[in-house]
Design a protein around this ligand. Structure first.
Ligand code: ZN
Length: 283
């Protein structure tokens, strides 16, 4: 018969809870936000980024980040950037006034933290466009969290017809999935909350994080595209529902105000650069 000391017992409990990284997890803050570089989009003319043409003739360099949120109870990926095969094309690709490129693969960046796609417990995307769901299919063993409206949209016949973008997330059709109507609190502690604020696509969402030291953070998805657009409340022409987007922007700004949240506009280079450079994190 084998006897355990009480210390051994707690060490075993901690090890089973933390997946073996007892020491790392025990000293780490409760939650960490990592911003990874998952591409960039140089736009020749920002005309289509506002229905009133406010940005006509302006070029802009957008960033395409992906985020890892490390919580004591699991890792969450929020948005997956461009399909990482783009990183194998040194010149990137051009078309329609957009030049897209990628300097580092998402999986290589995760590897810097000793993580494999199969270590990620939860995958969530703000919406299913190719600059947000480009690598989503790699996370088919994670639990996929998505609004019911976006799930219906991304697996519609119309979406299936768009073979290239559908292929990037098609494996998620068989993934463990949590579908929500208005919002989903990932760990039930209010620290990682996904909120549907539709209009860019039928079920597009934003992410509210409540960090211990840095406080509340609101990640926009594509509800807002860049700082100049936020100042004007701009709605891009390529949104699925312009009036719904206007209501969502108003709700988002009210939420940011009520929470005292820092707003992180995902495609805005200044907001990306203001975050700690990977592999450093915000906590
Ligand atoms: Zn986007």
């Amino acid at each position: 018969m084998k006897f355990f000391t009480i210390q051994t017992f707690f060490a075993l409990v901690l090890a089973s809870l933390a997946g073996g990284c007892v020491q790392e997890r025990a000293i780490a803050p409760a939650i960490q936000l990592y911003a990874m570089d998952c591409g960039s989009i140089d736009v020749d003319d920002m005309k289509s980024f506002s229905v009133d043409g406010a940005f006509a003739g302006q070029s802009y360099a957008l960033v395409v980040p992906c985020y890892l949120i490390r919580h004591a109870e699991g890792d969450v990926i929020w948005d997956t950037g461009f399909d990482q095969s783009l990183a194998d094309m040194p010149g990137g690709i051009s078309g329609g006034g957009f030049h897209s490129s990628m300097s580092a693969r998402l999986t290589d960046q995760l590897q810097e933290l000793g993580l494999d796609v199969n270590d990620i417990e939860f995958l969530a995307v703000s919406h299913s466009h190719p600059d947000h769901a480009g690598n989503a299919g790699l996370f088919k063993n994670s639990t996929f969290i998505i609004s019911a409206a976006e799930h219906a949209y991304m697996f519609s016949d119309e979406a299936r017809d768009n073979a290239e973008s559908f292929k990037a997330y098609a494996p998620l059709e068989d993934a463990r999935t949590i579908q929500f109507d208005d919002e989903h609190d990932v760990f039930g502690d209010g620290r990682v909350v996904i909120k549907k604020l539709p209009g860019h696509t039928p079920g597009s969402a934003v992410l509210l994080l409540r960090l211990t030291n840095a406080g509340p953070q609101l990640l926009t998805g594509d509800l807002i595209t860049h700082s100049a657009g936020r100042r004007l409340g701009a709605v891009p022409v390529f949104n699925t529902d312009i009036e719904q987007t206007r209501r969502s922007i108003a709700a988002f700004e009210a939420l940011a105000e009520a929470q005292g949240a820092r707003v992180i506009i995902q495609h805005e280079p200044k907001d990306f650069e203001a975050l700690p450079a990977f592999p450093a994190w915000l906590d």
